[in-house]
Design a protein around this ligand. Structure first.
Ligand code: S3P
Ligand code: PEP
Length: 428
């Protein structure tokens, strides 16, 4: 599906979509439990993949739409060997978190996904499972899915790099809690995307499971039981909020308010400070969970995305609209996502007339070079590339067409409807 946007003014109020990261973890944690209810879940292509995995391991997931709730029966820490291949579709979180769950089962599990997912790195997780006594292989021996994974692992120690994906650590901590011996992880390189492990520790805590940072990495003891008590409620998603905030500072003459924006462990909350540092008018009433952004003149910043990889496309677009130079550093791990997002943003923003320089770890956008012009842009089947380019389309001269725009269903299924309700000119 192609979507076309033209220069627009936006405004009004809109609710933040529920967090994808918290929803994935809550669904799987409910799977590791006897069951749980998960309120305000994100229902999207990626979270559906995690629901399918919980069902494949012997649980069940019922979506009560009127109550806006998932009623989940778990597999009680003891996943059965799936009767079929697990299709993780486009979701890195699903394949990493469920690969570790599969290492608890007696038999073998086959995990795969779409072309993008089958090109993303899984090697460090496979090697860690191997060190823990499980069997974990890439069918093509290239460290990528399809994967064949079996166990049962009983816990122990493993070493893992921290700069490829934090999801490997999340995966092993979640599985480690139901092993006999627990899991001790030693980081071989500095941890990137660290706040995502904090999100994991927060969700584990809500499910009565303790895991913690150790001197050299992370550790979780075994024989723990997942139990969410009265249930778990998912907070709003700050990666999704970043597009709405960017729309606000670029195109909301009378302001745009986002509700459901409460503080949590999400590193992507940093978008509020980044926009303020660029000169953007953003106010945040943390108690009310309300963020308001109004059209502002922005200037360039230097910002590290070591902890916040998913913000890179949003910051790149803000940089293209700002006066002066925006330098995004520490971005190598952003190349291992649904697509190489560093080169995708460099290519598309250049096509819109921005001046962009790309290095392995750095993306530099010179926003003062020109105003953006509409163009036909390849969304690279990547929800974050598509959503950030749509925001650029709100301020570009002429029409901006984004191909493959249906892929927003991964994290923000009604993104274009929302933009349109807020006043943007959007046609499909
Ligand atoms: O654990 C998570 O929920 C996520 C972790 C991050 O990935 P990496 O840890 O691979 O950087 C992030 O980019 C992804 O969107 C969601
Ligand atoms: C990279 C992302 O997710 P995942 O790793 O789960 O595919 C994302 O949502 O930007």
């Amino acid at each position: 599906m192609d979507v076309t946007l033209s220069q627009s003014t936006v405004g009004g109020r809109t609710q933040a979509p529920p967090s994808k990261s918290y929803t994935h973890r809550a669904i799987l944690a409910a799977g590791y439990a006897e069951g749980a209810t998960v309120s305000d879940p994100l229902i999207s292509a990626d979270t559906r993949a995690t629901m399918r995995a919980v069902e494949a391991f012997g649980g069940s997931v019922d979506h009560d739409e009127s109550a806006n709730r998932l009623d989940i029966e778990g597999f009680g820490g003891d996943p059965e060997t799936p009767a079929d291949v697990i299709d993780c579709a486009n979701s890195g979180t699903t394949i990493r978190l469920t690969t570790a769950a599969a290492s608890l089962a007696n038999g073998l599990t086959v995990l795969t996904g779409d072309e993008s997912l089958r090109s993303r790195p899984q090697g460090p997780l496979l090697r860690a499972i191997d060190q823990l006594g499980g069997r974990a292989e890439s069918t093509r021996s290239n460290g990528q899915a399809p994967l064949v994974v079996g166990g049962p692992i009983t816990g122990g120690s493993a070493a893992i790099p921290g700069d490829v994906s934090s999801q490997f650590i999340t995966a092993l901590l979640m599985a480690g809690a139901v092993t006999d011996a627990g899991i001790d992880l030693t980081l071989q390189t500095e941890l990137k995307s660290a706040p995502y492990v904090d999100i994991t520790l927060e969700v584990l805590d809500e499910f009565g499971v303790s895991a913690r940072k150790s001197k050299n990495g992370f550790t979780v003891s075994g024989y723990q039981e997942y139990d969410a008590g009265d249930g778990y409620t998912v907070p709003g998603d700050f990666s999704s909020i970043s597009y709405l905030l960017a729309a606000g500072v670029l195109a909301a003459r009378d302001g745009l308010t986002i509700t459901g924006a409460y503080p949590s462990a999400q590193g992507d909350q940093a978008i509020v400070e980044i926009i303020r540092e660029m000169g953007g008018d953003v106010s945040w009433d943390e108690d009310a969970g309300e963020l308001t952004a109004a059209e502002s003149s922005l200037s360039g910043v230097e910002v590290s995305v070591a902890d916040t990889p998913d913000l890179l496309p949003t910051i790149a677009v803000l940089g293209a609209a700002a006066d002066g130079t925006t330098t995004i550093t520490d971005c190598e791990h952003v190349r291992y996502k649904e697509t190489d997002r560093v080169s995708a943003m460099a290519e598309t923003l250049r096509k819109m007339g921005a001046s962009v320089t790309e290095e392995r770890e750095t993306l530099v956008i010179d926003g003062s070079a020109s105003t953006l012009s509409g163009a036909t842009l390849d969304g690279r089947a990547d929800h974050r590339i598509i959503m950030s380019l749509a925001i650029a389309g709100l301020i570009a001269d002429g029409e901006t067409t984004i191909t493959g725009a249906e892929h927003v269903d991964v994290s923000f299924p009604d993104f274009f409807e929302r933009l349109s309700q807020l006043g943007a000119t959007v046609s499909k």
